[in-house]
Design a protein around this ligand. Structure first.
Ligand SMILES: *Cc1c(COP(=O)(O)O)cnc(C)c1O
Length: 416
């Protein structure tokens, strides 16, 4: 396609963007225009190895031919028709997702936050209407969690910095320590509003790539069963193959009642989904929840193609193998730079490398490292100020990861 701004410099366009967009983002003056696989390039001809992947969204990488063809073909036929009618891509994607998960039914939304809103509303309505427990409107979530920015999803996000200025939030939400069953039980017992729902991420990604001990989730399942609590797994970031299985819960030997996913689901086309058991699904009835765009033909066709490519190209196995390779390469760097790196952690292709304080603080180091890495041709970002996050596309190769390690080695050797 011809460029929209052939006469303007990147700096000019960054200034124009800053003049017209609301001030809630702090974008780098970097305008990306295309890419292929785990590589992306900007309008000034610089190429980057992309370890951000649209924040764990571009699971097939950039410019994937099958995804591009599917989107173009669907767009030429039918983009959207509303939920007053059915469309074939939504039926196909729904059947595929149900066949490959614990779930019996699915609701399509447009984002992670919206999938979580649907889950929280379904769980509450199931408790108060289907089960006849109108008092159980309380929700337990975890400190350092992240569930999205709508008021409901924000209310269960355990990071006070995101709440500032938006209170009052949804009432009846209590927070426990992630990975701690005893604390979960204690907080439920102490809650003034009886807890009917628990929402939890299998790995806290925005919260710093926190992985709980084996046994936490089987224990949490037992606790929910014993107390009649609906368990929601937020797999918005860990889903769609990122941890080496289609969903992360598969590795914990238990199933939630409701699962939400988004980010990677349609390779970058906005789509979210809430999957639930038949039992819990009766919390909704016609009219109780809806979205105009959710499950439209374009987005679900993209989602269907993503799942087909993951299957045809063995991307779950690749995520598993490349995840192990990424982990060992990052561990080698932790061993080589013990004064800079604290730990490496994660599952599959969602990994964090936590920095230490030195001459500079860990946060200053994180800023320095991401900026120098960019100069050396790699995009990475930081969670919680001090943990480098690695969420490359599921198609990433050993050669690309070797390049990532070499850039980190060079950048760490220049870090004070
Ligand atoms: C990104 C994210 C969300 C929010 O998704 P949006 O599409 O930005 O609304 C929710 N939960 C988790 C775990 C996420 O990583």
């Amino acid at each position: 396609m011809p460029p929209l701004f052939p006469e303007s410099t990147t700096a000019e366009l960054a200034a124009r963007a800053a003049a017209v967009m609301t001030p809630n983002y702090r974008p780098l003056p970097l305008i990306l225009t295309g890419g292929s696989g785990a590589r992306v390039h900007d309008r000034d001809g610089r190429t980057f190895l992309d370890m951000v992947a649209g924040i764990a969204v571009n699971c097939l990488g950039h410019g994937h031919p099958r995804l591009a063809t599917a989107i173009a073909a669907q767009a030429a036929e039918l983009v959207h028709i509303s939920n007053l009618y059915l469309n074939e891509p939504a039926i196909a994607l729904a059947e595929t997702m149900i066949a490959r998960t614990f779930g019996d039914r699915i609701f399509f939304a447009n984002s992670g936050a919206e999938a979580n809103e649907a889950a929280l509303k379904l769980a509450r309505r199931y408790q108060t209407t289907a089960l006849g427990s109108p008092e159980k409107t309380g929700i337990l979530a975890y400190h350092h969690s992240f569930h999205g920015r709508t008021l409901g999803a924000l209310s269960v996000t355990g990071q006070p910095k995101y709440h500032k200025g938006f209170e009052p939030l949804v009432p009846g939400v209590v927070f426990a320590t992630f990975g701690d069953l005893a604390d979960t039980a204690r907080v439920i017992d102490a809650a003034t509003t009886p807890v009917g729902t628990i929402i939890v991420e299998p790995i806290q990604c925005e919260g710093g790539i926190n992985v709980p001990d084996q046994g936490f989730f089987t224990g949490l399942r037992e606790l929910c069963d014993a107390r009649g609590i609906i368990l929601i797994f937020d797999e918005v970031q860990t889903g769609i193959g990122r941890t080496g299985t289609l969903f992360c819960y598969e590795q914990f030997g238990m199933t939630p009642d409701i699962l939400t996913t988004a980010k990677g689901i349609a390779g970058g086309v906005p789509l979210g989904a809430m999957i639930c058991t038949e039992k819990v699904s009766v919390g909704f009835e016609p009219g109780s929840h809806a979205t105009t765009f959710g499950g439209n033909a374009l987005a679900t066709r993209a989602g269907l193609e993503v799942l087909r490519v993951i299957q045809d190209d063995g991307l779950l196995d690749n995520a598993k193998a490349m995840g192990a390779y990424l982990a060992s390469g990052l561990q080698a760097l932790v061993a080589k730079y013990p004064d800079i790196c604290a730990t490496e952690r994660g599952m599959g292709l969602v990994r964090g490398l936590e920095l230490k304080d030195g001459v500079q603080t860990a946060a200053e180091r994180a800023t320095f490292i991401t900026a120098l890495a960019r100069e050396e041709g790699m995009l990475i970002n930081v969670v919680q100020g001090t943990t480098l996050r690695f969420v490359p596309p599921l198609v990433v190769t050993t050669a690309e990861l070797d390049e990532c390690f070499a850039i980190l080695d060079s950048v760490f050797s220049a870090t004070i």
